[in-house]
Write a protein that binds this ligand. Structure first.
Ligand SMILES: C[S@@+](CC[C@H](N)C(=O)[O-])C[C@H]1O[C@@H](n2cnc3c(N)ncnc32)[C@H](O)[C@@H]1O
Length: 273
């Protein structure tokens, strides 16, 4: 009877260690102790694995194996593209919040030795504006608020020097104005990162940034496939309306990233076919 049970357990693909502890006489005190001991070791191993960040690394392996490129990977690729193709210009980010992607961009600027590149961040630093579009209903007014002072302190703590960047504070309908254009006078964009969530904000950002696009500028949209990928909502809608009204610009689809992001290579003027 007991040997039948052992055969069954072995058939069920138990490890030799378990089979051994069961076959040696269920009820034997020494074997029970051995089994409890080995269970303890397993638990200890699991807990050490967790404490050493094992799950964090498993998550990274999952992401790598299904080939998900995150924001950092996207920025890495965009800055590398700018370096290899010698696309001159700055980094312009619309939607800074606490500065996470801004800090990643700064890291890439240093890594690829783009010494002349300046980083520009455009944000209200008071969160999302009033949301008047029935389509933009997954966010709320004031969401992502983080003050200019807090963000500036964080950037300084992370080693960004004042001459490397400029933050333009205010809602886009007012802050993307002639004064801001004067600050950017003569500059060009190598990489643009649009992460301002809303259809209306994205449209304002695109309308402002078009003057700084050149051949090879990489334009990334962090939430392009939000709203289950609906083409008539959010950033996707803003881009298609922008292209309808601005004949001189072509956006060549380039890289999908993160869960819902997409980037494009901007081309100015007619394409040679
Ligand atoms: C999702 S957060 C940006 C996240 C950031 N890129 C990061 O990686 O952490 C969106 C930001 O867009 C800003 N924003 C959206 N619409 C805006 C507008 N019309 N004017 C100014 N800022 C706006 C919000 O204040 C918010 O900080």
């Amino acid at each position: 009877m007991q040997s039948d049970r052992v055969a069954q357990l072995a058939h069920d693909d138990l490890t030799p260690r378990c089979v051994d502890s069961l076959s040696g006489g269920l009820g034997g005190k020494a074997n029970r102790t051995r089994r409890e001991c080995s269970m303890g070791v397993v638990d200890l191993f699991k807990s050490a694995f967790d404490q050493l960040g094992g799950r964090f690394w498993l998550d990274r392996i999952d992401e790598a194996s299904c080939n998900v490129m995150g924001k950092r990977g996207m920025l890495y690729k965009a800055f590398l593209f700018a370096q290899i193709n010698q696309v001159p210009g700055d980094y312009l980010e619309f939607g800074v919040h606490r500065g996470d992607s801004f800090l990643m961009a700064h890291r890439m600027k240093r890594r690829f030795r783009l010494d002349q590149m300046k980083l520009w961040g455009f944000d209200s630093f008071a969160g999302l504006p009033e949301i008047d579009d029935a389509n933009d209903n997954t966010w709320s007014e004031g969401q992502y608020a983080c003050s200019l002072e807090q963000v500036s302190r964080r950037l300084a703590r992370n080693g960004i020097r004042p001459h490397e960047y400029e933050l333009v504070c205010g809602y886009y309908d007012r802050s993307l104005n002639e004064d801001t254009r004067t600050k950017l006078c003569g500059r060009q964009a190598a990489v643009v990162y649009i992460d301002c969530d809303l259809y209306s904000s994205t449209l304002l950002a695109l309308d402002f940034v078009k003057a700084y696009l050149g051949n090879g500028t990489i334009v990334c949209f962090d939430d392009f496939y939000h709203y289950r990928g609906a083409p008539d909502q959010g950033e996707q809608r803003a881009l298609s309306e922008f292209l309808q009204h601005n004949n001189g610009y072509t956006f060549i689809p380039w890289t999908d990233f993160a869960p819902v992001g997409k980037s494009f290579i901007a081309r100015i003027g007619a394409l040679r076919h």
